[in-house]
Design a protein around this ligand. Structure first.
Ligand code: DC
Length: 283
């Protein structure tokens, strides 16, 4: 043993959850490095095993104890994503854009050419779609069948389709699970329509961000113009009203303010003012 470089034997990996390094026999006990029954030839491999399992075990042991969540709900164009991104950077939290997930399912349905009102067909596409969410340099990126679709989901066609397809139970079940899974690993700022009411009912802070239809339409219009996308203000206004109606009246998880959410009307506030208000509430 005095001369040993590596050791054989140890705690059986069959009794360890490989994602968290937590014992399957005893909750809150984590194993890492040489104590595990993992070994390799000398050459850095065993050090890597120690680093990787130590990292996984440390992260898992630290989490769950004080993971925090800020839930931001509200209608389209209220400023949720703009504000959430700034807050995420300031607080060093992960920004989770749940709308992008619903948009990705909608895009999958459009590409399959199915009837967006056909619940069975939409549910099937949703169940079979290979969607994943990755964080690249702290930015959420959506993948559909291995393709980065973060840009492709940002247009009016997908917006409307997402509003239609997000009302179905199977779609919501799959995405809500993905959303909840993320909170196990990260402190999050999550925005959407049902975060405070359904996805994270115990979120540390809940915000309901809203603004008048006129202001929201003007914001969208400006955003599209800046991107060089042709659009009409009146059209956007109508779409927003239609989407509000869809999102607020659907049967499952309609958009509404959670009882314990703080309402912030952004119509007459600058982005900085909104951010400051939420930081104050957070503190
Ligand atoms: O926020 P957004 O415009 O990217 O959302 C796209 C659509 O997805 C929107 O019409 C409502 C729906 N959505 C939802 O039903 N639940 C969420 N948590 C987020 C978005």
């Amino acid at each position: 043993m005095n001369q040993a470089v590596i050791t054989n034997g140890g705690v059986s990996v069959k009794k360890i959850d490989p994602k968290t390094m937590e014992s399957k026999l005893q909750k809150n006990v984590y194993f890492a490095g040489e104590v595990l029954d993992v070994d390799a030839l000398t050459g850095g491999f065993n050090l890597q095993i120690a680093f990787s399992t130590g990292y996984a075990a440390g992260k898992a042991a630290a989490k769950g104890t004080d993971m925090k969540q800020i839930a931001i709900d509200g209608p389209a164009g209220a400023g949720k994503s703009t504000v959430a991104k700034i807050l995420a950077e300031r607080l060093d939290y992960m920004y989770v854009d749940t709308g992008a997930m619903y948009r990705t399912i909608a895009l999958a349905c459009i590409r399959k050419g199915i009837d967006l009102a056909d619940e069975a067909a939409v549910s099937k596409v949703c169940a079979e779609a290979d969607i994943s969410i990755k964080y690249e340099n702290g930015v959420q990126v959506m993948y559909l069948d291995g393709e980065n679709v973060s840009e492709a989901i940002r247009n009016e066609e997908v917006s409307k389709a997402a509003s239609d397809t997000s009302k179905f139970l199977k779609v919501r079940e799959r995405l809500v699970q993905m959303q909840r899974d993320l909170t196990k690993e990260y402190n999050v700022i999550m925005d959407g329509r049902d975060i405070g009411t359904a996805v994270l009912p115990d979120a540390t802070l809940k915000i309901y961000l809203t603004a008048s239809v006129q202001v929201r339409a003007e914001r969208r219009y400006k955003e599209y113009k800046e991107k060089g996308i042709a659009c009409e203000l009146e059209e956007i206004k109508k779409d927003i009203e239609q989407r509000d109606h869809n999102d607020m009246t659907r049967e499952i998880s309609p958009l509404r303010k959670a009882d314990d959410a703080v309402e912030v009307d952004t119509s007459d506030l600058t982005i900085d003012e909104v951010v400051q208000k939420i930081i104050d509430l957070w503190k």
